[in-house]
Design a protein around this ligand. Structure first.
Ligand SMILES: NC(=O)c1ccc[n+]([C@@H]2O[C@H](COP(=O)([O-])OP(=O)(O)OC[C@H]3O[C@@H](n4cnc5c(N)ncnc54)[C@H](OP(=O)(O)O)[C@@H]3O)[C@@H](O)[C@H]2O)c1
Length: 338
């Protein structure tokens, strides 16, 4: 990353009061509690991002009781770089706190060339987990996910690979991401039979993408699986940042691989503006309201935010100061979202 070693931040000692304000929720029917806000390293931890900013974000998260850090094999760019960055931060700052952390990784999307670096084979998942552990300098991850459903590999093979990783001691728990309700129920049954229950599901869920409400959340509730909502701010659209144009340092301008400026249409901004007014009347930023709106569902264990700046993380954590919604607020939000 782009900071030379002797310019890096001074040594780190975690804040003694780090558990004083964060709230934790049980992850499904498991022994694991997760903070209501978790930190994702999909963006802003790549090789050309600033290492000190990345370190500060991770330190600030942990200092505020965020114990869960979410990664995947191909986060970067380039692929693997986020795990390398996190590994460097972990080994310098967080190693002595390992037992206070839940670190996850995933495999399921394209990672390396040839037929064994993508989708859901046993070959891919086990090799990829080994690679992730090396990049992060870890002996084990706390959660290993299958990153997306693979229609061509039998679910038994993919779930068998997850179970195998747990038996090898390379993962403590397993999860699935982006699986629909029906496949989630099937995967959960296979994992239960193998003796490695599915801990957690990672779906995209935010005010503008509510597919999970149509069946998935009820499967998670009945199966006792927790969930972690990704892209809760629709990659930044559900904040006030795009209301007055496209900021130079925003994702839509800096890195439009996944969020394109063209997606932020006047119609979208019209809804964002109305939501922003409701948030302001609640004394919250829109980002804060969008986060707690997800947490109104008991099936959502934690909300997985990404941030490019420490100030954004602190803003998001403050969301937890006002968790409740009035019926009137919820009705107004529904009208805007419909
Ligand atoms: N399982 C999967 O398939 C999958 C897919 C995608 C993501 N994920 C996970 O979910 C995590 C989060 O995804 P995401 O980064 O799309 O989440 P997000 O929270 O919806 O968007 C993050 C972006 O929102 C902006 N932001 C955050 N807080 C803000 C605030 N308080 N005020 C203004 N802007 C704010 C920042 O944008 P700027 O950069 O413009 O400042 C930030 O980079 C990822 O890191 C990854 O761990 C999983």
């Amino acid at each position: 990353m782009n900071v030379s070693v002797n310019m890096r931040l001074p040594n780190y000692v975690a804040a003694p009061d780090r558990y004083d304000t964060m709230k934790y929720r049980r992850c499904g029917k498991s022994g694991i509690m997760l903070p209501l806000i978790s930190l994702g390293l999909w963006h802003n931890f790549g090789r050309s991002d600033n290492f000190n900013t990345a370190s500060e974000i991770v330190r600030t998260a942990f200092d505020n009781g965020i114990t869960h850090f979410d990664l995947a094999n191909n986060y970067g760019p380039p692929y693997g770089a986020s795990e390398e960055t996190f590994g460097e931060i972990f080994n310098r700052d967080l190693k002595s706190y390992r037992d206070e952390l839940i670190i996850s990784s995933k495999a399921g999307w394209d990672m390396w060339n040839g037929p064994y670096g993508n989708f859901g084979s046993r070959k891919y998942l086990i090799a990829s987990c080994d690679q992730s552990l090396k990049r992060m300098g870890l002996d084990y991850v706390d959660i290993f996910y299958h990153h997306r459903p693979d229609p061509d590999t039998p679910l038994e093979e993919t779930m068998g690979a997850l179970d195998h990783l747990v038996r090898q001691g390379k993962a403590l728990y397993v999860g699935i991401s982006q699986y629909n309700a029906e496949d989630t129920a099937k995967a959960a049954n296979i994992l239960k039979d193998l003796g490695t229950p599915c801990l957690i599901h990672q779906p995209r869920y935010n005010m503008f993408d509510r597919w999970v409400e149509d069946g998935l959340l009820s499967v998670l509730g009945s199966e006792g699986i927790g969930s972690i909502a990704f892209s809760p701010l629709q990659q930044g659209v559900l904040t006030n940042k795009y209301l007055n144009g496209l900021p130079e340092d925003s994702r839509a301008v800096k890195d439009d691989r996944y969020l394109k400026a063209a997606q932020i249409t006047p119609k979208v901004l019209g809804k964002v503006r109305l939501l922003n007014e409701i948030a302001q009347n609640r004394g919250q930023s829109l980002a804060q309201m969008a986060i707690v709106w997800l947490l109104r569902n008991p099936e959502i264990t934690t909300v997985l935010v990404g941030v490019s700046k420490t100030s954004q993380l602190l803003d998001n954590i403050k969301a937890l100061e006002v968790l409740e919604f009035s019926t009137e607020e919820l009705e107004k939000i529904e009208i805007i979202l419909k």
